[in-house]
Write a protein that binds this ligand. Structure first.
Ligand code: C5P
Length: 319
C-alpha cells in the first residue's frame, strides 16, 4: 500500500519493492542479456511539458518494412502490409483506450467506458468474452509478444482473439538492433509464423515492431530515471501506450498505474499471483509506470478508483 501511494505521487523507488523483486532486478542488471549500453544523457528532472516535448521529438513508431537486410533479400517488401501502421487508422482518432491485462481491472465495471473510445488496444491473449463488464469488448489493435506466435498453447492460428484486429508483434532483439543477428537468434522465432500468417491472411494488417523503436523507448525510460533500470525491453504495456500516443489525440490507459483494487493477481483472466507482473522483474515496469504517471493529465481520483491515466496525443504537443 505504501508503494502504491508513492507510485500515485510519482516518487517510488526500487528500494521499496519486495526483496525478492529487488534481487531479480539485480540479476537482470548483471546478466545484461541484450547487450545494452546506455549512451544517452540522464535528464531525470524534466517537467511534464519538457517530457512530452522530448517524447514528441523522439518517438517514431517503426515497423519492419522489408527494405533492410536480411528481410530485403527474403522478399519482405511485398510481404508486409502495403499501408504503414501509422497510416492505417483515420488521422482524426480522437480518444483511444489502452487496456492492460492486470488483475486489478476485475470488478472495475470499466467496460462501457472503455468501449466508448474510438480505438481500443489490448495485449497478448487477454480475452474480452466473459469479462465485458470490466474490460469491454471492442478491440482495434492487439500487441502480441513473440511467445504468442510460437507457443502452441496460445492457438495463434485459429483463436478468434487474433482475427479481425490489427496485429502488432514484437520480440526482444539485441540492443545494437542488428537485424541479421536478431533474425538468426530471436528470443522466440516469430519470423516463420509471421510469414505463414501473412501468406494465409494477406488482408489482415499485421506488423512486426522494429527493434530500434523498442530500444528507443528503453533509452527514453532510462534517460528520465535516476536509478539504473533493468537492461531489458519495456513491457508490451509501455510499448502500447507510446503507440497510441502516436496515433490518437488523447489516450486513456486503464490499470497500468494500479488502482486501489491492486493485488498480486497477475492477469484478470487467470488465477496466477505474482507481484512481478505489476511491478516488474524482467521488464523495467516500475520505472515505465513512474514515467507514465508523470505525464498524467487526468484526475487523481480517477487514478485511485479507476486506475486510469489520461495522456495527450503526441501530435497535439506544442514545444
Ligand atoms: O502480461 P502481459 O504482458 O500480457 O500484459 C500486458 C501488459 O499489461 C504488460 O506488458 C504490462 O504493461 C501490463 N500489466 C500490468 N500489470 C499486471 C499485468 C499486466 O501493468 N499485473
Amino acid at each position: 500500500r505504501a508503494l502504491l501511494r508513492r507510485l500515485w505521487k510519482g516518487d517510488a523507488s526500487s528500494r521499496m519493492l519486495h526483496p525478492r523483486l529487488q534481487k531479480a532486478m539485480g540479476a537482470y542488471l548483471r546478466a545484461n542479456k541484450h547487450g545494452v549500453r546506455f549512451r544517452g544523457r540522464r535528464a531525470a528532472g524534466r517537467s511534464r511539458a519538457e517530457l512530452l516535448c522530448a517524447l514528441r521529438g523522439r518517438v517514431r513508431v517503426r515497423t519492419l518494412d522489408g527494405t533492410e537486410p536480411p528481410f530485403s533479400a527474403l522478399g519482405w517488401r511485398t510481404l508486409v502490409p502495403a499501408v504503414p501502421l501509422g497510416q492505417l487508422l483515420p488521422r482524426g482518432l480522437r480518444s483511444c483506450a489502452v487496456v492492460t491485462s492486470a488483475g486489478a481491472i476485475l470488478n472495475s465495471s470499466l467496460g462501457e467506458e472503455i468501449d466508448s473510445h474510438d480505438a481500443v488496444l489490448r495485449f497478448n491473449s487477454a480475452p474480452t468474452h466473459g469479462y465485458e463488464k470490466d474490460v469491454g469488448n471492442k478491440t482495434t489493435i492487439r500487441i502480441i509478444n513473440s511467445q504468442i506466435l510460437t507457443n502452441p498453447n496460445h492457438h495463434f492460428i485459429d483463436s478468434s482473439l487474433y482475427k479481425d484486429v490489427i496485429l502488432v508483434a514484437w520480440d526482444p532483439a539485441p540492443y545494437s538492433a542488428n537485424l541479421n543477428l536478431w533474425y538468426k537468434k530471436p528470443d522466440y522465432n516469430l519470423f516463420t509464423p509471421y510469414v505463414q500468417h501473412r501468406q494465409r491472411n494477406p488482408n489482415q494488417p499485421f506488423y512486426i515492431l522494429h527493434p530500434k523503436f523498442i530500444w528507443q523507448l528503453w533509452d527514453i525510460i532510462q534517460e528520465n530515471t535516476r536509478e539504473k533500470i533493468q537492461p531489458n525491453p519495456p513491457s508490451s504495456g509501455f510499448i502500447g501506450v507510446l503507440l497510441m500516443m502516436s496515433l490518437c489525440s488523447e489516450v486513456h490507459v486503464y490499470e497500468y498505474v494500479p488502482s486501489e483494487r491492486q493485488t498480486e493477481l497477475c492477469h484478470y483472466h487467470e488465477l496466477y499471483y505474482d507481484a512481478a507482473c505489476t511491478l516488474g522483474a524482467y521488464h523495467p515496469l516500475l520505472y515505465e509506470k513512474l514515467l507514465v504517471q508523470r505525464l498524467n493529465t487526468g484526475a487523481q481520483g480517477d487514478l485511485h478508483r479507476k486506475g486510469k491515466v489520461v495522456l495527450p496525443g503526441l501530435r497535439a504537443v506544442r514545444c
